[in-house]
Ligand binder design. Structure first.
Ligand code: ATP
Ligand code: AH0
Length: 396
């Protein structure tokens, strides 16, 4: 037997596995690395977050990523080069993190790397008859495996599409296994570049669980800041938005898109929610001359309103708790609007034992754990949650 295959079999059969989960999302702001210790699989999964770090990307790297992300036309040469660069850079950052934590490289069993989404094109977005849902993440896993010497799982989203999903949100698998409760209805709301939530009704009934993207999280606020406030990447603590006033006509125009009428589950990205989308809404509402702080306050209101509407429409006449994660939970204006609109005191995933900033990286580590050592959970018959394991395996 190939040594690496036999090592993989040993990892699969071991009582515990150390898995490094890597996530870099649509905000293009940095790489999250969550070093996790797993035992068991399925509902028997136990995870301990050993270490967590975010490596913020340097300005030049962000610009390189931006140049090929979420646009219909980009340089194919740059995409090809960055596929290798992102893989290599991810490997370097893992090694740097392990060194910082004084954690031996050979004590890590697996790496689970999400890669960088550069284009997400569900049918609802591309509308090309006879073409499937499609998505593309780059940052090749072979580069990570060879440069770290650690077996690497990557490119998780393709199999989800092959099995009938849209390639996202994949958080539902880990949310269901780790956070579903027998007696509390839960919403796990992640506010990254894009916001998405998983509904976990009490009782763990697989057929009732679902997960969906909602619309923009931070992405439009971030893009607006980067365009109008040189040197800033996001509106820290909503300092600018707080000085503005949301414009009702603009918010109404922003909400007027058929995406918001599509049934759940639905997925999206900055391919739709971008500055062209804002310009169109400003034109439709004749609000092209608003001061920037009012536009920002309107974008914050838009994000809040789309999240509140989506949650209210899908969960009626039931009490539930909301557990936040993702960078948007640190935006105090957004958090205040959400709590007010939902009439709830919002919790976060720390209340369930997982650092909310690390949650997505932990969930990709969990997908690798399921691929290697689990795989027998029935996720029910809801569209968008095929009962498959995901991740392509790269041997060093
Ligand atoms: N203190 C803060 N004040 C306001 N906004 C904040 C703060 N901290 C983080 N954010 C927002 O969170 C964003 C980063 O969020 P996160 O890292 O969860 O996104 P992501 O993982 O890239 O997104 P996605 O889940 O869509 O892929 C920042 O770009 C910023 O908009
Ligand atoms: C295609 C893609 O990368 N989608 C991301 C993005 O960021 C948030 C939202 O849109 C979500 O659908 C997904 O990520 C999370 C981790 C998921 O799959 O659950």
């Amino acid at each position: 037997m190939n040594n690496q295959i036999s090592k993989l079999a040993d990892i699969s059969g071991a009582a515990k596995r150390v898995i490094a989960g890597l996530m870099s999302g649509t905000s293009l702001d940095g790489l999250d690395i969550a070093l996790c210790e797993f035992s068991g699989s399925g509902f028997g999964t136990r995870v301990k977050l050993l270490h967590f770090i975010t490596f913020p990307y340097k300005e030049a790297y962000k610009e390189q990523l931006k140049s090929i992300s979420f646009k219909k036309e980009v340089s194919l040469q740059e995409v090809t080069l960055l596929n290798a660069v992102i893989g290599t850079y991810s490997a370097e950052l893992i090694l740097e993190a392990l060194k910082k934590w004084d954690f031996p490289v050979d004590a890590v069993d697996l790496i689970a790397s999400h890669g960088q989404t550069i284009f997400h094109a569900p049918f609802s977005f591309h509308q090309k008859i006879s073409y499937p849902d499609a998505t593309l993440q780059i940052g090749d896993g072979d580069h990570i495996a060879v440069k770290t010497g650690i077996i690497t799982l990557s490119d998780f989203r393709q199999k989800h599409i092959a099995a009938g999903g849209e390639g996202a949100p994949l958080a539902v698998y880990g949310d269901y296994l780790l956070f579903s409760s027998l007696d509390e209805n839960r919403i796990l709301l992640n506010i990254g570049g894009i916001s998405n939530f998983t509904y976990l009704p009490a009782g763990r009934h697989a057929d009732l669980v679902f997960s969906t993207d909602v619309g923009p999280g931070n992405t439009m606020m971030d893009q607006f800041i980067q365009l109008h406030y040189p040197g800033k990447y996001y509106d820290e603590d909503a300092a600018i938005a707080k000085t503005g006033k949301a414009n009702e006509a603009l918010v109404t125009a922003l909400m007027a898109n058929e995406f918001f009428d599509d049934p759940f589950p639905r997925t999206t990205g900055p391919e739709l929610f971008n500055m062209a989308y804002l310009r169109a809404a400003q034109k439709a509402s004749s609000q092209q001359a608003l001061p920037p702080e009012d536009v920002l306050a309107s974008l914050c209101e838009f994000t809040a309103r789309s999240i509140i509407g989506a949650i209210r429409n899908s969960i009626q006449d039931q009490s539930f708790e909301v557990y936040l994660s993702g960078g948007g939970m640190h935006n105090p204006l957004l958090a205040e609007k959400l709590a007010g609109g939902l009439g709830l005191k919002l919790k976060d995933t720390a209340d369930l034992g997982i650092d909310p900033d690390a949650k997505e990286a932990v969930l990709f580590a969990l997908l690798a754990n399921e691929c290697v050592a689990g795989g027998d959970t029935d996720y029910g018959s809801r569209q968008g949650i095929p009962s498959v394991t995901m991740g392509k395996i790269s041997l060093p």
